[in-house]
Write a protein that binds this ligand. Structure first.
Ligand SMILES: [Zn+2]
Length: 443
């Protein structure tokens, strides 16, 4: 049995701090009345009125800091992370990034992938992420190396982070013979979801067959589907206007609520009436969209010589249309995204900047895109995720007392709690070592 008492924690946007009692990995009580005088024993080794709460628990005074549910990376590629030093000059387009990474992938070894993936998980966990949906490449080049590494890490890192694994056919399915069989092997080996990558295919017909293949596998194996799709500045090439088709095929297979699209940047480049129709179809089909702003901004607009586009799915319009959304980091330090620290709050703030989102209401919604909304996208049960009694105690304590400053300040993660245990701590100290002069007349 493990027990943890978080004293004086400001639970999300609550006006006053309170105490949070955690036992056996879940939140057992929130509030002071239930926790009066916990250090005064009533019986041997027990709390007064609560014989089920033995002493010997760990205790942390949160000093009024904000406590949030753990952050959720709903779309990440740990197997391809941290390749920036191996090939720093990719060219900057999506095609360049795929080509360069495919070359590097040919040299991947189990040990190399594992070392980089573990480093990324360390970066994510220390920044307060407690759940990661990972997309390892599954194709004739990478074969199952990334998937096998992540299956190992799903077990060995389980006490620090929950890993979901998506079998991801980066090189296409029809374009890369052998991939269909590898996807089946990945699902049989224990992948949690089937991925897709429509823009890897040569024609619109092949893109559609790719979508059908992935969704059919989702039905056959009883897993969610998570596709990379519509990743272009606009939809002038019809291979990048698949949103409505994916929505239609999702409904046809009874997969509503279990299909996600990553990127979907071309939605932002389609004419308003088309865009509204596409968003309506996605919302009605229960298809989620996950913008990946660090990658979308870096690779987007590369063909523009004036008025360079930002290449981002239309976040506010998706909210208004009722499309389920989350926001995630995608790649960290490779040809797709040569930046990143594993701090999901950095990514969320980038989304706010790119999406013209500001003010407390917008920023609160953006924060939800890396917490509650992301939990829905990756399928965590509502009863399990959050700061309510009964939830799994996956939490992050931030070094601020102001909920509305979380995104703007991105404060230190004072403590990260996974299943009721503190797994990371951070402190950040800054001081002014000189003061402005007092009483000097302005010249
Ligand atoms: Zn991705």
């Amino acid at each position: 049995m493990t027990a943890l008492l978080l004293r004086n924690a400001r639970v999300e946007d609550a006006p006053d701090p309170t105490d949070v009692w955690i036992r056996d990995g879940r939140i057992e009580a929130v509030g002071r009345p239930a926790l009066d005088h916990p250090d005064q024993p009533e019986g041997p080794g027990c709390h007064p009125g609560h014989p089920e709460r033995p002493y010997g628990h760990e205790e942390l005074d949160c000093a009024g800091r904000v406590l949030l549910p753990g952050l959720i990376e709903s779309h990440l590629h740990p197997d391809k992370a941290l390749l920036d030093l191996a090939h720093p000059h990719a060219g900057g387009t999506l095609a360049d990034a795929i080509r360069v990474t495919a070359e590097l992938k040919a040299g991947f070894t189990h040990a190399d992938v594992r070392a980089r993936a573990e480093q990324v998980l360390r970066m994510c966990v220390t920044h307060g992420t407690t759940t990661v949906r990972a997309h390892p490449d599954v194709d004739p080049v990478a074969r199952l190396t990334g998937l096998e590494v992540l299956l190992e890490l799903r077990d060995s890192w389980a006490e620090l982070v929950t890993l979901q694994i998506v079998a991801f056919p980066q090189e296409g399915i029809l374009k890369a013979p052998g991939t269909a069989e590898l996807l089946r092997r990945a699902l049989a080996a224990g992948a949690d979801a089937v991925g897709g990558c429509t823009y890897g295919e040569h024609s619109l017909a092949d893109c559609r067959r790719h979508v059908e293949h992935v969704l059919d596998l989702a039905v056959e194996y009883g897993v969610p589907a998570d596709l990379h799709a519509d990743f272009a500045d606009d939809a002038s090439d019809p291979r990048f206007a698949l949103a409505e088709f994916i929505a239609e095929q999702t409904v046809a297979r009874g997969l509503s609520g279990r299909v996600t699209l990553g990127h979907a940047t071309s939605l932002g480049g389609r004419p308003p009436s088309e865009r509204r129709a596409a968003l309506k179809a996605l919302a009605e089909a229960g298809v989620a969209v996950v913008p990946l702003p660090a990658t979308d901004l870096f690779l987007g607009g590369r063909g523009d010589t004036t008025a360079v586009r930002r290449g981002l799915a239309p976040v506010r319009e998706m909210w208004d249309a009722g499309v389920r959304t989350a926001c995630s980091s995608n790649n960290i330090r490779n040809a797709f995204t040569p930046y990143g620290t594993g701090d999901l709050l950095d990514t969320a703030l980038l989304l706010a900047r790119l999406g013209h989102l500001a003010g407390p209401a917008d920023l609160r919604r953006v924060l939800r895109m890396v917490t509650y909304d992301a939990a829905r996208v990756v399928g965590l049960p509502e009863a399990d995720y959050g700061t309510h009694v009964g939830a799994v105690a996956d939490l992050v304590l931030l070094d601020t007392q102001d909920y509305d400053a979380v995104l703007i300040d991105r404060p230190a993660r004072t403590a990260v709690v996974k299943s009721g245990r503190i797994v990371a701590r951070s402190t950040r100290t800054t001081e002014l070592t000189a003061l402005p002069a007092v009483g000097v007349e302005a010249q």
